[in-house]
Each structure stands twice: as C-alpha cells, then as structure tokens.
Design a binder for this molecule. Structure first.
Ligand SMILES: Nc1nc2c(ncn2[C@@H]2O[C@H](COP(=O)(O)OP(=O)(O)OP(=O)(O)O)[C@@H](O)[C@H]2O)c(=O)[nH]1
Ligand SMILES: [Mg+2]
Length: 362
C-alpha cells in the first residue's frame, strides 16, 4: 500500500504514518519531487494501469479538484482508462455512526485480500462538506487493511457538495478499476441522500445494522430496506447475540413485505461480529451467490447500464437547472414565482410552466 499524499491518506493513523510498500517507494520519491501538475496524462495512465497506488492516489486528487486545468487533464485520463475499467465488483456499505463499518470493512477487506483480491475502499461522507471531517480520516479503524499491499483506502473528499462528491467517487471507481482493483467498497454513513447516491453506483448494497440500542426496525430510514441486497446485523456477540437473533427474524419478516426485486435476488439477513471476525466468510459467500445470479440472468450488466443513464441524466438535469436559474431574464421571475408559491398564490407546477414558457419564447 503506497500513498504519498499524507493529507488525503488514511495511512496517517494515530500510531503514525504507515510505511509504504517498497515496490512503490521510488515512484513516491519521484512524485514528491514532481508536483501533481507536472505529471503528464500519459504518466498517470501508464503508472495507474501498472497498479501503482501512489499515482492512483494523485489521480484521484486530480478528479476531485475544482481547477479547470485539472478537470481537463482528469477527463483525458479517464478516457484513456475506460478500456481498462468495468472488471470489478462494486459494493456499497452503509450504517449509522458506531455500527461498526470501519471494523467490518477491515476484516471483510482482509478476508478478500487473503483470497488474492485487490480491494479499494472509497467513502462518501456528506457531513465532511459541513464540518470538514472525514469518516475514513482520524477515526479509521482499518490499520491492518491500510498496511496491506493488496488494499487501497481513500478518505472521503472534503469541502464539496454531495453532487460533487458523487461525481468524483464515480470517477475514482473507474481509476481504481483501471489500477486492477477487483473489489471496490464504497462506504457511507447515510446522511441525507448519500445512501441513494451510493446505491446508484454499486452492484450490491449492504446495510449494516445493530440489534437493540434504539436501532430497531421502526427507526430505519424509509426506502433503505428496499435498496438493501443484504442486511447484516453486526455486534452479534457476547450478551448481544440473543437480541441480534431476534432482530434477524424481525428483519426477515420485514423483507418479505417487499415485492420481488428486478434482480430476482431475495435479500438476506445475516449476523456477524466484526470485532471477533465471526460470520464474515458467510457474507462474502452471499455476495458471490448474488454476483453469480445477476451475472447469469443479465441483471448485473443491465443495472450498470441503468446507472450510466441515471448519472448522464442527473448531470444534465443539474447543469441545465443551474444555467436556467442564472439566466438574466429568468432570475428575477424565478424569485417572483418562488415567492408566489410560498405565499400560496400559485403552485410549483404552474410556476415552473410559466418560467419554461418564458424561456422557450426567447
Ligand atoms: N462488540 C462488538 N463491538 C464492535 C463490533 N464491531 C465494531 N465494534 C465496536 O464499535 C465501535 C464503533 O466501531 P466502528 O467500526 O468505528 O464504527 P463505524 O460505523 O465505522 O463508526 P463511524 O466511523 O463513526 O461512522 C468500536 O468501539 C468498535 O470496536 C462487533 O462486532 N462487536
Ligand atoms: Mg468508521
């Protein structure tokens, strides 16, 4: 594991900075000498497809950048990398703070690297744009995985809107795939719309839950059960095992209330103890079953195409609205129509129609 960018690296743990793997030491030195702006697209590309994580890390910084020149460079790099992408499986993992996401990803990731798989962990943390924190930053409990040369851990970008984070995470997934990562894990704490966003960029969506502790079924966010391909009840150990088993029955009952998924997959409920490394193998087995089913029945491919369409439309929608709202002849009317809606003088639909009519007359 080698990342030279200390600020963006989950390798700066409480115990100090983890030593990078020897294989990449020389490229780190080179990178430290050359500022990111001096690295050519070709250099990024050549080293990423070789699997050099120091270049991968810098390239992710590039896709996260809001600088126009960086954007141009990032786009060229992404285009070059595209033929090398699509070979991974993408897994979304969500759960409330303290449920054990980091502990789980650490043992789950280690299990996968032992199987010879290269694992990348990326994060979407909407709270980081508010408090400039990072779910994979100082709170990381993934020291062992971070030291593993088969793994790459990237903290959530800070100071960006959720839309911006979604774009850069989608692009980071592609870069990780080009670098040869077999499994890409996207972690989120599930604040605001972040679960929906993660769900739209992964092949499998895993919900981590706790039994008891006020995190019962009724506290679950609406819609999240529908998104989940598996619900894993963590901390099923010690005195908590019994309540965890009860919760499993409760969740299983709840899952039966939902219609059959388009994937034809029946979501499952499993128990695990990330702390004791129990039940983790069964979770990977479950995921493997899912990938086998959906690759055979065509859903895997179909879902990725749908996701591409979603992101294409979503990007256009946001950009069109942003431009529309900033048009000089619309700006004033927009404010007026919004005020009329708020004063109950018109409805949002009528107001939108009026504004659009004005736009098309122009
Ligand atoms: N008993 C028990 N404790 C666990 C288990 N998994 C995690 N913990 C503990 O729960 C606490 C929170 O774990 P984290 O892995 O940091 O949880 P998280 O979901 O990443 O939390 P945030 O990063 O704050 O969102 C830690 O003290 C862990 O040691 C488990 O399986 N059993
Ligand atoms: Mg965590």
């Amino acid at each position: 594991m080698a990342i030279s960018d200390k600020k963006n690296s989950a390798l700066s743990t409480k115990k100090g900075v983890v030593k990078p793997h020897n294989l990449f030491k020389s490229s780190i030195k080179k990178l430290q000498k050359n500022k990111a702006k001096d690295i050519s697209v070709n250099d990024y590309f050549k080293n990423i497809v070789k699997g050099d994580v120091s270049y991968l890390s810098r390239a992710i910084t590039l896709v996260e950048s809001q600088n126009r020149n960086d954007n141009k460079k990032a786009n060229k790099l992404l285009e070059a990398c595209l033929p090398y992408t699509q070979k991974s499986v993408r897994i979304g993992i969500t759960g409330v703070p303290g449920v054990g996401k980091s502990t789980f990803i650490e043992v789950f990731g280690k299990q996968l690297t032992k199987l010879g798989k290269k694992v990348a962990v990326l994060a979407i943390d909407p709270s980081s744009s508010i408090n400039k924190g990072s779910i994979l930053g100082d709170k990381t409990r993934m020291e062992n995985l971070a030291k593993d040369k088969m793994a790459f851990i990237r903290p959530s970008p800070t100071g960006k809107t959720l839309g911006g984070v979604a774009k850069s995470t989608r692009e980071s997934i592609l870069l990780c795939e080009a670098a040869g990562f077999d499994v890409i894990i996207i972690e989120t704490v599930g604040v605001g719309q972040s679960e929906t966003i993660v769900h739209q960029m992964v092949d499998f969506f895993l919900l981590l839950k706790l039994a008891g502790a006020g995190d019962a079924l009724q506290c679950i966010k609406r819609g999240i059960i529908e998104m989940a391909d598996a619900i894993v009840i963590n901390k099923a150990d010690g005195g908590n095992l019994h309540v965890a088993q009860k919760a499993k029955t409760e969740f299983n009952r709840a899952l039966h209330l939902y219609p059959v998924k388009e994937s034809k997959w029946t979501p499952k409920v499993l128990l695990c103890s990330a702390l004791k490394n129990e039940g983790i193998k069964a979770i990977w087995q479950l995921l493997s079953d899912y990938f086998k089913l959906t690759k055979n029945n065509g859903y895997f491919e179909h879902n990725r195409k749908n996701q591409n369409k979603y992101w294409l439309q979503d990007t256009i929608k946001h950009e069109l609205l942003r431009r529309f709202e900033s048009l000089p002849n619309i700006k004033k009317d927009f404010a007026q129509q919004l005020s009329d809606v708020n004063h109950n003088k018109t409805t949002p639909f009528l107001a939108a129609q009026k504004l659009l009519k004005k736009f098309y007359k122009k």
